[in-house]
Design a protein around this ligand. Structure first.
Ligand code: CA
Length: 234
């Protein structure tokens, strides 16, 4: 329950898909506006402010990459999640250059879409420098880096993603499937076994600083809120 619901612009000309996605996102508490053609989307984006835009590429009147181009030309920072057909994946470098923040491949897996929506909104909210501080651990969610007491932490991409995911849900249990979704990447299939492995590597890196990732057998993991040590020197 947020007092201030996040507002999402969903740009999708496939009415069935748009309705399905909008329904799911509304159930999760977002306000969703649907634009079913490119010109409408461009007009709305210019006139209003959205916390996130979910953008299809193939659209009537104005295509998605042109909308993205115009949005960034106007220096609007709204995070953009691109809905992309599998065959358009080669375009992703160009789209990243244009200012896309993330991608979801069609057919859309709802849980994955929602995980990405949450991540982008969180990133967007925090202003350009959005950092999470947990005891002696500090995360820069824009630069995707972490420090323990000012020392940069060496993390693999997966470890980083898992850490960011867990850190944004302190004291809340997340299961392996959620972690896998948060880590979703283009090439990889991540097995539950692999999740266990990199969580345990992450744990080893964090433990010296008193940051604990707890296992809840049969349920998943949570990052324990560090005890505020006051100014205790050690
Ligand atoms: Ca389309």
């Amino acid at each position: 329950m947020t007092d201030n619901p996040m507002r999402i612009l969903l740009v999708e000309d496939d009415a069935l898909l748009a309705d399905g996605l909008a329904r799911a996102l509304r159930q999760s508490g977002y306000l969703v506006d649907i634009a079913s053609d490119g010109k409408t989307a461009d007009r709305w984006l210019e006139a209003e402010s959205f916390d996130l835009t979910i953008l299809d590429l193939g659209l009537p009147e104005l295509d998605g990459s042109e909308i993205l181009h115009r949005l960034r030309q106007r220096r609007q920072r709204t995070p953009v999640l691109v809905l992309s057909a599998r065959q358009a994946l080669e375009e992703r470098v160009r789209l990243l250059d244009l200012g896309a923040d993330d991608f979801v491949v069609k057919p859309v897996a709802l849980a994955e879409l929602e995980a990405r929506v949450r991540a982008l909104i969180r990133r967007g909210q925090g202003s350009p420098d959005s950092s999470i501080t947990l005891g002696r651990l500090r995360l820069d969610t824009v630069g995707k880096r972490a420090w323990l007491e000012g020392n940069a932490l060496e993390l693999t991409a997966r470890e980083w993603a898992a850490l960011e995911f867990l850190s944004s849900r302190v004291n809340r249990i997340v299961n392996k499937e959620q972690i896998t979704q948060a880590l979703y990447s283009w090439e990889d299939d991540i097995t539950p076994n692999a999740v266990e492995k990199f969580i345990s590597r992450l744990r080893i890196k964090l433990e010296p600083a008193g940051i604990n990732i707890r296992t809840v057998r049969g349920l998943g993991y949570f990052l324990e809120k560090p005890v505020e040590a006051g100014n205790a020197a050690d």
